[in-house]
Design a protein around this ligand. Structure first.
Ligand SMILES: Cc1ncc(C[n+]2csc(CCOP(=O)(O)OP(=O)(O)O)c2C)c(N)n1
Length: 591
């Protein structure tokens, strides 16, 4: 029965649990990730009878939250996770916190003991008599609340949906006592798509954008930095991307991205100087060192540790820093902004494009930029990209990966040396994209995220690039992928070590420990055997030249047979990852 309010709908089923699943159905969210447990029994029962929502049962709740994060990033819809109280919720904590810090829409729904048992020592007690799950998540999400009565159900769910689906995206948590899940609702009216209740994003003040544009044009050495906050503005927006490239080309303004924004602006574009920051491009470093930008416009980056090279003060102009962000709290946080603009990236970029199209070209500056780029390689040790022999040099492997990835690849980078290899050595052009979770930087993140991503975007090639330690931590979600026939692909950098830690200690310990020191070695795990046992098709590659054919056949099998694919590459642990500035920053911080 249709309500008198056109955007509201009367739903079938009377209980809170039935309503909750119904809302997910109406929002056209096809998957809920999670692991069952007694305190969410009414939700599980309702999920069994859903005709449009599949319950993707993961192997560990952290992985479920990672999967939801990957799904959300691919689809723009919230990734929903159902877990039980106590260990179920606690296991999800790291994954949910990664989503919160990575601006990804993840909604965690946990169950807990019935209200009548609160404080009486229930199994997996979720109040302060046990582990207070709502409080735990309050410190790691944008909202964590107990829905203690059917009467507050509607307002809490709408509030959570608003926060989760609006920009900037966030993680939220709602916890339901078992008896509340089973309780009947008086009011069955709910919005058809709760996400549509997300607040409109603030539009940047046009006068300030104009002033920013004028400053860039008047500058002697301008620079634009695009962060991950530009993803919605530039992903799947070829016209806006092309227009931006046209304008910065015409005006001779170089563009860098943050680590998280890598590839949002095509890195092969003549005006791109790659990533500025830890593991970034040597062309970006050379440009800011030689030219010392006098006007810097930052769009959609919170200017945290990565893009600022651990808050290096030297590259940021004192006179003119224009900083555009949705979150006023980050504007001017690291460096004083002379023109702080609260608003979304799309409008800011569109403003620059409109003014730029009307402005005269500056071919002279373009020539200077061409020269600056030609003078420096983007790579710290370019010759190592050609290394032959086994084990494979990671630099060489990245070079080969760049060629082997088909267009429209979504490459999820885990946390370990693979960040450094990928961020420094890959050149990413849309529609291929690179996704990272470098704020929380949890090992294992990409291993789960790639599964949710491929579920959300089956037409894309979804690859997880991971170290072997991270693979052992969360690669178990291969079993989930096999169970639900998800053709996600893993490339495992196999060095039999927690390499990043060993390399960091090598560099900061005056080389007291060799690069292949066995202290952090993993005991030669057979990761190919592990992957096969979980249901993947898997192979080793040992030498340069083997990745291309292996990846081509993995992609074909992933998409035709829908079987997860794992390629384990034996890499040389003696190659130093290009992340030495971060090792040095840690070293300084510990003194
Ligand atoms: C959950 C978690 N635990 C510990 C760390 C600290 N840490 C960062 S990288 C790393 C080693 C990763 O090893 P591996 O996945 O094998 O990648 P490699 O660096 O060898 O390429 C560790 C322990 C972390 N980031 N996340």
């Amino acid at each position: 029965m249709q309500s008198v309010l056109s955007n509201r709908h009367v739903v079938e089923g009377r209980t809170v649990a039935e309503m909750l699943v119904r809302i997910i159905e109406y929002a056209e969210i096809p998957f809920v990730f999670g692991i069952p447990g007694g305190f969410i029994a009414p939700l599980l029962k309702r999920l069994r009878s859903s005709s449009s929502v599949i319950f993707v049962i993961g192997r560990q709740e952290t992985g479920c939250a990672f999967m939801a994060d990957g799904f959300a990033r691919m689809t723009g819809k919230p990734g929903v996770v159902f877990v039980t109280s106590g260990p179920g919720a606690l296991n999800a904590l790291t994954g949910v916190a990664c989503a919160q810090m990575g601006h990804s829409s993840v909604m965690l729904i946990s169950g807990q003991n019935p209200v009548a048992h609160a404080g009486l020592g229930a199994l997996q007690e979720a109040t302060s008599a046990g582990v207070d799950i709502v409080e735990v998540f309050r410190h790691a999400t944008a909202m964590s609340e107990l829905v203690g009565s059917p009467k507050t159900f509607r307002s809490r769910v709408l509030q959570a949906a608003r926060l989760c689906a609006g920009l900037p995206r966030r993680a939220v948590h709602l916890s339901f006592p078992l008896d509340v899940l089973g309780a009947e609702l008086d009011d069955l009216e709910m919005p058809r798509a709760p996400g549509s209740y997300a607040l409109a994003t603030p539009v940047p003040d046009p006068a300030r954008v104009r002033a920013a544009f004028d400053a860039l044009v008047a500058a002697k050495r301008p620079l634009i930095l695009l962060g991950a906050g530009c993803r919605d503005a530039l992903r799947d927006q070829p016209l806006r991307r092309a227009a931006l490239a046209r304008v910065v080309g015409k005006l001779g303004i170089p563009v860098v991205t943050s680590v998280q924004g890598k590839g949002l602006f095509p890195e092969s574009d003549p005006r791109s100087f790659g990533v500025h920051g830890i593991c970034g491009s040597k062309q970006a470093d050379a440009y800011v060192a030689a030219e010392r930008p006098d006007v810097l416009m930052v769009i959609g980056s919170s200017l945290g540790e990565w893009p600022t090279k651990s808050w290096d003060p030297t590259w940021v102009p004192a006179q003119t820093l224009i900083h555009v962000d949705l979150d006023p709290a980050v504007i001017g946080r690291t460096y004083p902004a002379t023109n702080g603009i609260v608003g979304d990236a799309a409008h800011a970029i569109d403003g620059l494009i409109a003014h730029g199209d009307a402005a005269p070209p500056n071919p002279l500056r373009g020539t200077l930029l061409d020269r600056a780029k030609a003078a420096t390689s983007p790579f710290s040790k370019p010759e190592r990209r050609d290394l032959a022999g086994a084990p494979i040099a990671p630099q060489r492997l990245m070079r080969e990966l760049n060629v082997a990835m088909p267009p429209r690849t979504s490459l999820f980078i885990d946390n370990g040396n693979c960040i450094a290899w990928a961020v420094h050595h890959l050149q990413i052009d849309p529609p291929t994209e690179i996704l990272l979770s470098t704020a929380m930087a949890s090992m294992g993140w990409a291993n789960g995220a790639v599964v949710g991503a491929k579920l959300g975007a089956p037409d894309r090639t979804c690859i997880c690039l991971t170290g072997d330690g991270s693979f052992l931590m969360n690669g178990v979600e291969i079993s989930t992928a096999a169970r639900y026939r998800v053709g996600a692909i893993w490339i495992v950098l196999y060095d039999n070590s927690l390499g990043m830690v060993n390399h960091g200690e090598h560099v900061t310990g005056n080389q007291a420990y060799p690069l292949d020191d066995p202290h952090y070695d993993l005991g030669n795990p057979d990761v190919v055997g592990f992957a096969r046992a979980l249901g993947a098709e898997a192979c080793w590659i040992e030498r340069p030249g083997e990745l291309g054919p292996a990846l081509a056949s993995a992609i074909a099998r992933a998409d035709t047979a829908c079987v997860p694919q794992v390629i384990a590459a034996r890499i040389d642990p003696r190659e130093l990852p290009p992340i030495l500035d971060r090792f040095e920053a840690i070293n300084k911080g510990s003194r």
